[in-house]
Design a binder for this molecule. Structure first.
Ligand code: HEM
Length: 136
């Protein structure tokens, strides 16, 4: 029987990502990478000039999304991921910039290898929903 992980249960994913500290570290590294690598220039320039709020929003969102405290909702209210991207020109190339930037950042974190794989598989789902919403 395959019992390799239970990342979908409770706050297992939140814990595997190092909790709030681990997730804020991940998101800061994600934006640092996005801003310093030309391959991600398109999506970098889509964001507001001051990335502090973008960092705070994504980190807080991921805490709740991974089964931890719902920090985004506490500060900013309800959110629908496809809806908040609907005004943006995100097609396959932009979706893949985001996923590549995130994958390279995740790889550098001190997470278990199986959690890295699981996390990127999970993130593909909202990333694809964003692309579909934005391309239609
Ligand atoms: C598919 C590729 C994606 C691109 C190119 C992208 C790009 C962006 C941009 C440019 C913004 C800023 C929008 C603005 O302020 O006008 C934004 C906001 C945000 N994105 Fe994404 N995003 C992508 C996927 C995702 C995914 C997969 C998630 C979550 C798992 C996510 C979570 C967020 C959150 C929480 C915000 C803040 C929304 C708000 O409160 O205004 N994004 N994204």
């Amino acid at each position: 029987m395959n019992s390799a992980h239970n990342y979908g249960n409770g706050d297992a994913s939140f814990q595997a990502a190092g909790g709030e500290t681990g997730i804020f570290t991940l998101v800061n590294a994600f934006f640092d990478r996005m801003g310093s690598d030309e391959r991600f220039a398109t999506i970098w320039h889509m964001h507001p000039d001051d990335k502090a709020v973008s960092r705070d929003k994504l980190a807080r969102f991921l805490c709740g999304w991974l089964g931890g405290p719902r920090l985004y909702n506490e500060k900013y209210g309800a959110i629908g991921i496809p809806r908040v991207h609907a005004h943006l020109p995100i097609a396959t190339a932009e979706r893949d910039q985001w996923l590549t930037c995130m994958s390279e950042t995740v790889d550098e974190q001190p997470f278990a290898p199986e959690f890295k794989t699981y996390l990127m598989e999970q993130l593909f789902v909202p990333a694809e929903a964003v692309r579909r919403r934005c391309s239609s």
